[in-house]
Each structure stands twice: as structure tokens, then as C-alpha cells.
Design a protein around this ligand. Sequence first.
Ligand code: PLP
Length: 398
Amino acid sequence: MLKAIHPFDALMNITARPPTVFVRGEGSYLWDDTGKRYLDFIQGWAVNCLGHAPASVAEAIAAQAKLLITPSPAFYNSASLKLAKALVENSAFDQVFFTNSGAEANEGAIKLARKYGARHRGGAFEIITFEGGFHGRTLATMSASGKKAFEPLFEPKVAGFRKAKLNDLDSAKALINDNTVAVMLEPIQGEAGVWPATDQFLQALRALTHEHGLLLIFDEIQTGMGRTGKLFDYEHAGIAPDIITLGKGIGGGVPLAALLATEQASCFEHGDQGGTFNGNPLMCAAGLAVLEEVSKPAFLKAATEAGLYLESELQKLSARHGLGEVRGRGLLLALDLKLQIGASIVAQALEAGLLLNSPQPDALRFMPALNVTREEIAAMIDQLDAILTKCGAARRDV
Ligand SMILES: Cc1ncc(COP(=O)(O)O)c(C=O)c1O
């Protein structure tokens, strides 16, 4: 006998979601099952770098699905070979390991650092990470994260992570000991509310890690693939880490992520790392279609210009409504609301057909498609302006 349950109840209740059900997407827009259209400045949490259902990605997936979906990771496949080669050619790294999620890529980075410590640093295993950092939801990546809300969860934590303060070199220096093997950070802390590490701090960290023979690991799952106007955020600081992780934008919407390392850091041996779906051709075909577009200088230039336009419009909006600073880089920006009204704005925006994200109660985060147009940015600003005006009026009524 079939149980009569609401479909919402058949999913584990892991977060509060509005009752909206999305059925279609195109570029910067999504449609729900009632036909209502939404302007999307979340884009799957900075995932859909080419917007919803980009033709190049859809065609690449369809063509690959007809050819070969997976031969097993025990064999080479041509899509993963091509994507690995293209990533290596476009970055400071020599080898790639593909994963299915950002957390899994970071697990891989943590394992690679520990392997490096075992082989080259007398068993050193500790990794310095940062307060406020977010690296994923596996046990090790939650332990690496510096998110307050994770602290009481799933004890005991995986050992070996010590937390420094972002943009405070002395706090990282003070944690270095004989067990330290690496320093790992997001160049812009996204989930924490878009808090950038300064270029000077990143340069100083690079010098510090070189001085002590430590690996420098950048989690560019959110900042990579053009999100900050360059293919990788580390390029802004004019340095290169030893290991980088990519996710989100790399697949243009499909579950693909990657761990990249320099030849010196890439020290896995047979049996150390693997996984059934790692590097499967269906996802790698999507990744190739994305990289082909995103790595074009003209594409990155347009994304940079869109970011500057969004930033200046947000600054004007902030000045009009007496709000705080605009932080971030490229198309990963946050607006400081000064008050804990993020959730209320997000709810009102949803009602008005606009998708916004509030990673912290007092901040809005903007992560549109990298090919978002000026008209779409202007439309978002108009809608947000109207909501903020209403909020201001409501505040005066209190
Ligand atoms: C910087 C960073 N690292 C890691 C992750 C985890 O990636 P995933 O959710 O694909 O496991 C995220 C996801 O938001 C992220 O922003």
C-alpha cells in the first residue's frame, strides 16, 4: 500500500526552504511551477557561472551522454584528460584530481597535505585554517572550517586544525610548530559574509609558508573560475599557492569539483585517493564547455566590468538607504545592512520575484551569473531599492 505523503516530507529536513518549486531556468532567470519568474542573484550559490541552462553546457552534456557516461575511474576517459590538461595549461598547477563536490576536493587537499607531511616533513599533519572559514560539510572539512555554528556539532572533531585570524599574519605565525604542514584558506571568506583576505596578507602568507617549508592551500571553490574577474583569485595577489581546490562554477551547474597541485605537492601514491564518479566524462564534458568560455580574456573582462558596475550601484544604494560597506571582488560582493534584516529582505525579495542570499543576518551576498547584463543588474537594484524603501518606512513606523 502506497503511503500518502507530501513530496516535501520525503526529503530529509536539513534546512528551511520556501515552498517554491523551480522547474525551469534560462540565463539570469528561474521559473517556478506556477509560472512565476524570478531574477536570480544566487545562481545555485555561485555555481551557474554561465547562468541557467547555458546552451554550450547543455549541448556538451547531451553529446557526451550519447557517447559515454562512465567507463569507471580505473580507466582513462577523453573528457577528463582534456579538462585536466586545459586546467593545468590555464593555471600554476601541474596535476588534477576530479571530485564530485567542493567538500570532497577539500578532503583531498587535506589528505594530500598530510601525505606530503608524512613523506617530506617527518609526519607533520597540522593545518592552519582560519576563523570564519568554510570548507564544506564532511567531518574533516567541518573541522577545518572556522564556522561558529559547527563548533558543537558531530563531536569529536577531526584533529589537526588550528585557527588563525584572517588578515593577521602574527596569528598564523604563532600557530606554526614542528607538526605544521600547511596553511589553508579561502582568499575571500564567502559563507562568513564575503570577507576578503587582502593581497598583502596573501603575499605575506606565501612568504611565510615558503620560509617554513609549508604548503599553501587556497580553497577557491567559490572564488575560482572567473568569479572575481580573473580565472583564479590568487592571480590578483601575484602569487601562486601549492594546492588549490575548485568547485561550484567549474561545472556550470553540474556536480564537478577539482583538486589541483604543483608537481612538488602532488604526492599521492596508488591507493591513497579515488572514488567511483571521480572524473567521469559526463561532468568533465560540462567542465570543458565552461572552461572554454570562462577562460576567454573577453569573457573575464566583461565579468570584471559587470562586477564594477554592480559594486558602484550597490554603493549608491547603500548611500541612499544609510547602509554599510560593499565588500568583495568581481561578482562576489556583499552589502553590509548594518541591521539584522537579511532574512526579511530575502523573504520580501522572493515574494517580489528576486532571489537574494543573506549568508549572515546583517549582510546580503550577490553572486549572479558571470555573464549577467547591466540591465539585469539595474533591474535587481531597482527591486532591492523598493524593498529597502519599504523596510525603511516600516522601521520609521516602529
Ligand atoms: C569556499 C567553499 N569551500 C567549500 C565548499 C563546499 O563545497 P560543496 O558544497 O560543493 O561540498 C563551499 C560551498 O559553499 C565553499 O563556499
